[in-house]
Design a protein around this ligand. Structure first.
Ligand SMILES: [Zn+2]
Length: 139
């Protein structure tokens, strides 16, 4: 798994935003449907708004069961963007998004699970509930 260098699962620290997030909001992999996958993740700083020169963290979550990679913004992982009164929340609202919904950017669909239904997901952003609904409907 050379291409997954940098991904880790942090069991050591008590408080970890990414781990809390996977335990709370990402209990099912929205690509393969596996319950409680042992997500691996890495963090990356990148522009959240070129316009305002804002940097923020982007989390990359790797499902070890289907090897798909999902990107989720720090505001959604930490929950700050779920409130309309935080800066992250106002930015989210300004983009026409629902504050309480988690948005997922599909970075990669694992080779073993790619099919007609999901092969065009790569590079696109979806509300997490919509992905989970698709998964249920396809079964
Ligand atoms: Zn998966």
């Amino acid at each position: 798994m050379n291409e997954y260098i940098g991904y880790k699962r942090d069991e050591a620290s008590y408080f970890n935003a990414a781990r809390s997030f996977t335990a709370d909001k990402l209990r099912t992999c929205p690509v393969c449907g596996k319950s409680w996958p042992k997500w691996l993740w890495k963090e990356e700083y990148q522009f959240m708004s070129e316009q305002y020169g804002l940097f923020g963290r982007m989390y990359h979550f790797l499902c070890p069961d289907c090897e798909s990679i999902l990107k989720i913004r720090e505001g959604d992982v930490s929950g700050y963007a779920c409130s309309k009164s935080t800066f992250e929340g106002m930015m989210k609202k300004a983009k026409g998004k629902d504050n309480l919904t988690i948005y997922v950017i599909v970075e990669k669909i694992g080779d073993g699970i790619k099919n007609e239904g999901n092969s065009d997901w790569e590079g696109k952003e979806f509300p997490l509930p919509e992905m989970l609904k698709k998964l249920r409907d396809d079964k």
